[in-house]
Write a protein that binds this ligand. Structure first.
Ligand code: MN
Length: 128
């Protein structure tokens, strides 16, 4: 059965890029453009992995990650954070919030897929 990946991303071009690339690899893709409904979908569908944009319209992806990590049933789902803000300290802050990996936009497709594959197949404790 195909692994399912929830993408929470408000930018149309990035959503299309992530979705197309993941579907081409055979993943079952769920899409959502805002944090609150995205969290609801995560609860209902229990995806195998979540791709989380940090800059979302209503609330920050960082806040949604906090909700996911506080939820006993969702905390183990690996979250790949993507952000346009490649600021010093961002990576440590995101990994500290519980993200399994962090990618700065513009995304390298090869690196994105490698990260997704590693998180879906490898040990969850593998170093980033
Ligand atoms: Mn965004």
């Amino acid at each position: 059965m195909a692994k399912s990946i929830l993408i929470i991303e408000d930018d149309d071009l990035n959503m299309k890029l992530f979705g197309d690339v993941l579907r081409a690899q055979g993943y079952d893709v769920l899409e959502c453009r805002e944090g609150v409904p995205g969290f609801r979908i995560a609860r209902e569908r229990r995806p195998d992995l979540i791709v989380m944009d940090i800059q979302l319209p209503a609330i920050s992806g960082l806040e949604v990650i906090g909700w996911l990590k506080e939820d006993m049933e969702l905390a183990a789902i690996p979250v790949v954070a993507v952000t346009a803000f490649a600021m010093r300290g961002d990576e440590a802050r995101l990994l500290g919030a519980g993200c399994a990996a962090y990618l700065a936009k513009p995304i390298s497709v090869a690196r994105f897929l490698e990260t997704v594959r590693r998180l879906l197949t490898g040990p969850q404790t593998a170093p980033i």
